[in-house]
Design a binder for this molecule. Structure first.
Ligand SMILES: Nc1nc2c(ncn2[C@@H]2O[C@H](COP(=O)(O)OP(=O)(O)OP(=O)(O)O)[C@@H](O)[C@H]2O)c(=O)[nH]1
Ligand SMILES: [Mg+2]
Length: 670
């Protein structure tokens, strides 16, 4: 695109839900004359929130890319969703960008989601520039916001500008390094006298910090010499690139104040892309796939040059992939470009084998770019088509949606025979269902998934089953004696043949077993499959003509059904082992909540990966955690997270079993 690599910037805009990211990108596109009218997310006419569901909900649901020029630089913005339900695209965006612009609502300060995103940026070793937004709001306390960033995220975060507020109105800013004041309308002004002490203090603090990154600067600083702003900025830039220093700027995206200074900070302080490899390499970090856009893959070029209408190679899939027209994206608007080089982001339509996360290169290349590990999904619902036709279209539509949203999972549960949709939160799945309807015309209902209850026995018995039909022509005769006894948990099913002397002919022994297994599938307590049972086949008799496979299946089934009711049958429920990661101060509440869910805490210990967090391990019945995610969020303000895996089956307590039995009765009758 004719821009030198060192004059490019790829900036991922992140931050908590509703902090003003999309508004900020819109303001920048307007300021730099990429668009002629500044839209707003409230009116649903911004460049970045172009999807119909985003317009309706007034929030970003997926990442979107824009680009602009500023002082001969080409800047790409990746606007990402803030709400935790849609974090997948924020993670993909962080991976694809060279730095993170972390927007923080100055009124709120850092929040749980800011913490999460900042941790991701650190993990990816991306420099972070903070932008305190909403300075136009009444009674904003910038120092409090900065303190929250320092306390929650990093002590190495420092203001570069602080606001000039007159009569509760945000008028301008003081540039701390320059030690100069500016009015957004009038330009440079004298530093207001009431702010000069503050400037002095913040200047010292900032310069002292910057000096720690450069010996020469430190010496000059200690000797009290005047320090050149350019030298300070140069040093600062290195510290920022190493992600050991985090600058903070300020503004109001809504009022269009501060965007110019932000753009200057982006080109002065954030790093340019680097040629990462000696081959043509691009990372596919996003796929749109809906009827509106068709399939559209977004490529971040990591190195080399990509040309339109040329053959390339998908390294992950080990297959050729032809790229058609390369296009620049401004939200949903496309414009063709012949070439893309390192640092560019281009969209390509209708790729055949390529999915999000794949690396595109030239044939023979074995470079695979790392991609984001998707966050742990939180919540599952069963999906039902509203009508028969919908049921059939459901699978196809959902797999298209998964292409554009890798945090979504869809699978059939063999036990409950339900189709299960798993995602990041209830809202994520509701939006998915809504998109199914608005984009794919498939109406789906979400329900809490069924729990795969089982049944077993606690006692043993001996039982006789005889199937005899000897009227009319060819008769039926099967006869067996079995012993039924419980196995320990996880024992499954055992069948022991103890027939001696041919009481039942060899070929009919599997028939007895088959009949018993079929009977076990429909348990006797509430109709759930039975497990952990041992059968001994001890005796039987046969008829030389009338005995058959079917007759012995029947005999086995009768023997089992008659006997099992005498073996103290009980209901079992799946129990999961959970790991819940909780801030220290929420420990008590979270454990209390787990107890109220019939959970048993196995242990707790400090969590080594996250300061101030504990890891709780607990066994909890699955039925009690179907809606755990939202409840844990509300207890911990969104700071905790959890994972779980199936552990074992355990007997359901009597009172609860009665309810389940009643429900299963009603379902059968209904
Ligand atoms: N007063 C004020 N309101 C703002 C400012 N920036 C954004 N808003 C408002 O905040 C709301 C959310 O703005 P968005 O730009 O959609 O926020 P976002 O960060 O993109 O939200 P998500 O993408 O959904 O996380 C809208 O009503 C904006 O008008 C600001 O600087 N000042
Ligand atoms: Mg947004």
């Amino acid at each position: 695109m004719g821009v030198d690599i060192d004059k490019k910037r790829v900036v991922t805009v992140c931050g908590d839900g509703g902090c003003g990211k999309t508004t900020l990108v819109e303001d920048i596109l307007f300021l730099t004359k990429k668009i002629t009218r500044k839209g707003s997310t409230d009116k649903g006419n911004t460049t970045m929130d172009f999807d119909s569901e985003e317009i309706e909900r007034k929030i970003s649901l997926q990442l979107a890319v824009g680009n602009t020029q500023w002082k001969k630089h080409l800047i790409y913005f990746i606007d990402t969703p803030g709400y935790h339900n849609f974090i997948a695209d924020a993670l993909c965006g962080i991976r694809a960008g060279d730095s993170v612009l972390m927007v923080v609502d100055a009124k709120d300060g850092s929040k749980a989601q800011t913490e999460r995103l900042f941790a991701e940026a650190q993990r990816e070793k991306k420099p972070v520039l903070f932008y305190l937004n909403g300075l136009d709001k009444e009674d904003v306390d910038v120092n409090a916001a900065v303190d929250s960033i320092k306390n929650d995220l990093s002590e190495k975060a420092f203001l570069l500008h602080f606001p000039i507020v007159e009569n509760n109105e945000f008028k301008g800013y003081v540039d701390i390094l320059e030690q100069k004041a500016y009015d957004y309308e009038k330009g440079e002004i004298d530093v207001p006298s009431n702010l000069s002490d503050m400037l002095e203090e913040k200047y010292m603090e900032l310069v002292e910090e910057i000096s720690t990154y450069d010996d020469e600067l430190m010496e000059k600083y200690l000797e009290g010499e005047e320090l050149d702003k350019d030298v300070l900025v140069k040093t600062l830039k290195i510290a920022i690139e190493e992600a050991s220093f985090y600058p903070i700027t300020i503004g109001s995206a809504l009022k269009g104040l501060g965007s110019e200074q932000l753009l200057n900070s982006i080109i002065d302080l954030l790093p340019a892309p680097k040629e990462e490899y000696d081959k043509d390499v691009a990372l596919v970090f996003k796929t749109y796939n809906d009827p509106q856009l068709g399939k559209m893959s977004l490529l971040r070029v990591c190195s080399g040059t990509f040309s339109s209408d040329s053959n390339y190679f998908n390294v992950n899939k080990d297959q050729e992939e032809r790229l058609g027209a390369l296009q620049l994206m401004q939200g949903k608007n496309l414009s063709k470009t012949e070439e893309a080089t390192a640092g560019d982001i281009v969209a390509v339509a209708k790729l055949k084998v390529t999915q999000t996360g794949d690396t595109i290169s030239t044939k023979g290349s074995d470079i695979v770019c790392d991609f984001v590990e998707m966050p742990l999904p939180f919540i599952s619902y069963a999906v039902y088509g509203t009508s028969k036709g919908d049921e059939e279209k459901l699978g196809a539509a959902i797999s298209k949606m998964i292409e554009s949203d890798p945090s979504l999972k869809f699978e059939r549960n063999d036990e409950t025979k339900e189709f299960i949709l798993t995602g990041m939160g209830a809202m994520h799945l509701e939006v998915t269902a809504s998109k199914l309807k608005s984009k794919f015309g498939v109406e789906a209902t979400l329900k809490l998934p069924k729990v795969a209850y089982k049944e077993t026995i606690k006692g043993k018995t001996r039982s006789h089953g005889r199937y005899k039909k000897q009227t009319g022509g060819h008769g039926q005769f099967g006869d067996c004696v079995i012993e039924i006894e419980p196995l320990s948990r996880g024992g499954g099913f055992e069948f022991e043949d103890l027939i001696v002397g041919g009481a039942i002919p060899k070929q009919f022994i599997p028939s007895v077993e088959k009949g018993i297994k079929a009977a076990m599938e429909q348990g006797v307590v509430a109709g759930y499959p039975m497990i952990d049972i041992k059968i001994k086949l001890v005796d039987g008799s046969y008829h030389p003509v009338d005995s058959s496979d079917l007759a012995f299946q029947m005999a086995g089934s009768i023997a089992f059904k008659d006997g099992v009711v005498k073996c103290k049958p009980v209901l079992l429920e799946p129990v999961v082992e959970m790991e819940v990661y909780v801030p220290d101060e929420n420990m008590g509440d979270v454990i209390g909540d787990l107890n109220s869910r019939r959970g048993r805490v196995l242990g707790m210990e400090p969590y080594e990966d996250k300061k101030g967090y504990q890891r709780i391990r607990a066994l909890v019945p699955q039925a009690e955690i179907l809606e755990y995610a939202p409840s844990l969020r509300s207890i911990t303000g969104g700071r905790a997270f959890f994972k779980y895996h199936f552990s074992t089956y355990e007997e359901v307590p009597q009172q609860i079993a009665e309810k389940i039995i009643e429900e299963s009765k009603q379902e059968k009758e209904g």
